[in-house]
Design a protein around this ligand. Structure first.
Ligand SMILES: Nc1ncnc2c1ncn2[C@@H]1O[C@H](COP(=O)(O)OP(=O)(O)O)[C@@H](O)[C@H]1O
Ligand SMILES: [Mg+2]
Length: 360
C-alpha cells in the first residue's frame, strides 16, 4: 500500500509521502502501520483511525489532542511525535518506530518475570512518567499494550510509552467528566471523578503486579464494579509461590490502594520507593506477614497538596475492608452509570480502552 500524493496536513506536518510496509497493531481507536518516509529514509509508525464512528470531527479532536499532548513530552521513554495531519479527511499521527515488542507480548510469553527485571522495567516506565507529569500531562491509559520494550545489543531492556489517545493535561483531567482508560488498570477515581497524576501511579502498580505474577491485579474488574466504590477495594496480595520480596510487594500494593491519599503521591515518589526496595537485600523475613484485616500498608508521606475530594479520605486503619457498598453517585455520575449500564454488553467488559464523553 502506498499512501501518497494527497496529504493535507492540519497539524503542522509537511505533506510527506509515507510508504506503508505492514501492520504493527491496533487498539481501541487506531490501526498502526510500519511505514517508510522515503524522503528521510526514516521508519515510522503511522496511526490512523480504525474506528468508523469516530471519523469526522470526533476523530479529528481525538487525534489532534493526542498529537498536541505527545508533542509536549520529549523523553527517550516516550514515543517521539514525528508528524500529524489529515489525509482525505482522515486524521493520522506519525511517531518514531520502536523496534521491540509490547509489554503485553512480553508478559504473555515470559511472566512471571524475575523481580529484578520487573523492577527495571517499572523504573523505566516511572522515569518516563515523571517527565510526562512534569510536562503537565497525565497518560490515563497505561497498560501492557501501550508500552514497548526494546533490547539493545547487550540485551539490556528499556521501555517506551505509547498511545496518548486518552491523555489529558493534569488540569483538564481534574475538571473533565470523560471516562477513559481500561478497567483492569484504572484507578477508581477514573470513574468516580477527580482524576490527577496518581491514576498513572495506580496503573504502574497494576503493571508491576502483572509482570511479577503473570496475573491481573484485579482480574474481574469492569466499569460496573469500578462504579461500585472500587476505591474501597483492597490491593491484591501476592501468592507466596511467586516469591516476591516483601519490600517490593509493599511498593506495589501501595500503588494499588483504591483511596489515592494512601497511594504513592507521585510517580517520583513511587520511583524512589522502588529504588529503595531494589537496594535492599531481597531476603524473606522468617515469618512473612500474611494479609491482615487492613491493607497492612503505611500511608505514604504526602507530597501533594491536600484535596477536599471526599475520595481522598484515608480509611481508618482497621476499617479498610470494603463495606457492602451503596453507590454515592450524584448528578452527572448517576447519569454516567445509567448510560454505561445501558451500553455495556456483558458483565465481562472488554479489556479495551473506553472513552465516553459524558458531557453531552
Ligand atoms: N511507534 C510504534 N512503534 C512500534 N509499534 C507501535 C508504535 N505505535 C504503536 N505500535 C503498535 O500498535 C499498537 C496500537 O497502537 P496504539 O497507539 O496503542 O493505538 P490505539 O490507540 O489504537 O490503542 C501498539 O500496541 C503497538 O503494538
Ligand atoms: Mg493502545
Amino acid at each position: 500500500m502506498h499512501v501518497a500524493t494527497d496529504f493535507h496536513p492540519t497539524g503542522g506536518a509537511s505533506a510527506d509521502d509515507y510508504q506503508v510496509l505492514d501492520i504493527l497493531g491496533s487498539g481501541g481507536f487506531g490501526v498502526v502501520f510500519r511505514a517508510l518516509a522515503p524522503a528521510t529514509g526514516q521508519t515510522v509508525a503511522l496511526k490512523m483511525l480504525g474506528c468508523q464512528h469516530m471519523l469526522g470531527p470526533e476523530g479529528h479532536r481525538h487525534f489532534g489532542r493526542e498529537a498536541r499532548l505527545l508533542d509536549r513530552v520529549r523523553h527517550p521513554g516516550v514515543v517521539e511525535l514525528v508528524a500529524h495531519g489529515c489525509r482525505q479527511g482522515n486524521p493520522f499521527i506519525v511517531t518514531g518506530y520502536v523496534a521491540g515488542r509490547t509489554l503485553e507480548a512480553l508478559i504473555e510469553d515470559e511472566a512471571p518475570l524475575a523481580p529484578e527485571r520487573a523492577v527495571d522495567l517499572a523504573i523505566g516506565v516511572l522515569e518516563a512518567l515523571v517527565a510526562v507529569h512534569a510536562a503537565g500531562v497525565v497518560h490515563r491509559d497505561l497498560k501492557p499494550s501501550n508500552i514497548m520494550v526494546r533490547a539493545d545489543g547487550t540485551g539490556r531492556e528499556s521501555v517506551v510509552l505509547l498511545d496518548f489517545g486518552a491523555a489529558a493535561t493534569i488540569g483538564d483531567a481534574l475538571e473533565c467528566s470523560e471516562i477513559v482508560g481500561t478497567p483492569h488498570y484504572m484507578a477508581p477515581e477514573q470513574v468516580l471523578g477527580g482524576t490527577d497524576a496518581r491514576v498513572d501511579v495506580f496503573a504502574v502498580g497494576a503493571l508491576l503486579f502483572e509482570m511479577l505474577t503473570g496475573r491481573k491485579a484485579f482480574p474481574t474488574r469492569t466499569i460496573r464494579t469500578l462504579l461500585a466504590r472500587a476505591d474501597l477495594e483492597q490491593p491484591p496480595t501476592f501468592d507466596p509461590v511467586f516469591d516476591v520480596p516483601p519490600a517490593l510487594q509493599n511498593v506495589v500494593r501501595t500503588a494499588l490502594v483504591g483511596q489515592r491519599a494512601w497511594r504513592h503521591p507521585s510517580a517520583q515518589s513511587m520511583l524512589s520507593a522502588l529504588r529503595r526496595s531494589a537496594g535492599r537485600a531481597w531476603v524473606k523475613p522468617e515469618a512473612s506477614p500474611g494479609p491482615s484485616s487492613d491493607t497492612g500498608l503505611q500511608p505514604p508521606a504526602a507530597d501533594m497538596s491536600a484535596s477536599a475530594d471526599p475520595l481522598d479520605d484515608p480509611p481508618a486503619a482497621a476499617d479498610h475492608t470494603p463495606e457492602p457498598t451503596r453507590p454515592r453517585w450524584s448528578g452527572w455520575l448517576h447519569d454516567v452509570g445509567r448510560r454505561l449500564a445501558a451500553c455495556w454488553p456483558t458483565p465481562d467488559a472488554p479489556a479495551e480502552s473506553v472513552a465516553l464523553d459524558c458531557t453531552a
